[in-house]
Ligand binder design. Structure first.
Ligand SMILES: Nc1ncnc2c1ncn2[C@@H]1O[C@H](COP(=O)(O)OP(=O)(O)OP(=O)(O)O)[C@@H](O)[C@H]1O
Length: 321
């Protein structure tokens, strides 16, 4: 068996709030990401997607569990391996303008990580690489001396992508990279990411609450609910036959383009709806049981293990292939 590029093992994150309460943001999350894969991570707001991203980026210290990179457990005290990791793993965030320094030109923004992490290349080569990268993401060379506020949201996200690519990362963590963009622009950025992933043999972790965007880009999808994994499956199989009731609920919530189909879809959404419980006081047993249309007594009492069912992993007492 080859070693996965990234592995998350039994990761739990608890936040202690100023009120003295404890918020369990992630519970026992484990998965592997082989090199070259695009793994989509989906779930509603507050399910722990960003906490997972921040823990992988070592910006949040897990309460339990580990993050492994190329088979080695990351150790924040090991400065040289952390420096290599920070170069190998780059990120793209939701608000592209927010992520760019407003006082720097676009050319300088793309050069900055290289000047910090690869100074040995020399200024001329770094300038040349920035020019090539901006072209690769679809920005003309005349734009390099302009500032971020002069660009649209989609163009700013292209600049963010060029910056992330500058240090030749192996993995790019995309946290809701198109959520702040117009729908028409979203498709362009998703296509750009898919092209770059293929051309540069990148590994992508693509976090989104939007299942249609995830479907377009990911080979495999991991569904999170209240900090726990509910289902992990190959994308085509998950969308064709969701096994977890929560995955079915998420898929039923995707609006349909055809108005007649859309009306029929809305009419059907009566079961499984309801408010997301507070992570300060998560339900006992299966955390989804308060919204599950198939809830039974065992679901209120026993946490379902994430188990292999057919071609995937599902955490549901009653899921069957
Ligand atoms: N630093 C923190 N301190 C306390 N609670 C936090 C912190 N960061 C996140 N949380 C809480 O952890 C839970 C998971 O949040 P997280 O941002 O990871 O979810 P998310 O799925 O990314 O949601 P969204 O899409 O809204 O960003 C939420 O209840 C959130 O309020």
């Amino acid at each position: 068996m080859s070693v996965p590029l990234l592995a998350v093992r039994n990761l739990s994150v608890r936040f202690r709030l100023k009120t003295g309460q404890t918020l369990q943001a992630l519970t026992d999350v484990s998965f592997e990401v082989p090199a070259g894969e695009t793994l989509g991570i989906v779930g509603e707001s507050g399910c722990g997607k960003s906490t997972l991203a921040r823990t992988i980026l070592q910006l949040v210290t897990p309460t339990q569990g580990t993050v492994e990179w190329q088979g080695q457990t990351l150790n924040p005290h090991d400065k040289s391996s952390m420096k290599a990791y920070r170069r190998a793993v780059q990120c793209i965030f939701q608000d592209p303008l927010d992520a760019l320094n407003p006082r720097m030109t676009v050319g300088d923004i793309v050069q900055e990580p290289l000047l910090a992490l690869r100074p040995e290349l020399g200024k001329a080569a770094i300038r040349q690489r920035a020019t090539e990268l901006l072209q690769a993401v679809g920005l003309e060379s005349g734009m390099h001396n302009r500032y971020p506020h002069e660009f649209s949201g989609g163009q700013c996200q292209r600049i963010g992508i060029a910056r992330a690519l500058s240090v030749e990362p192996q993995l790019i963590l995309c946290d809701e990279p198109v959520s702040a963009l117009d729908v028409s622009i979203q498709g362009q950025i998703v296509k750009l990411l898919a092209d770059l992933q293929r051309e540069r043999h990148l590994t992508l972790l693509f976090i989104s609450h939007d299942l249609s965007v995830v479907k377009a880009l990911s080979q495999r999808v991991l569904v999170l609910y209240l900090g726990r994994i509910m289902e992990v499956a190959d994308t085509a199989r998950l969308y064709a036959k969701p096994l977890h009731p929560y995955t079915r609920m998420l898929l039923a919530a995707i609006p349909l383009a055809d108005p007649l189909q859309e009306r029929a879809r809305l009419a059907k959404i009566t079961v499984g709806a309801g408010e997301l419980p507070s992570p300060l006081n998560p339900p006992s047993g299966c955390v989804f049981h308060t919204r599950c249309p198939q809830v039974a007594a065992v679901c209120r009492e026993k946490v379902p293990a994430l188990r292999e069912i057919g071609d995937r992993q599902v955490a549901c007492h009653y899921a069957a292939f």
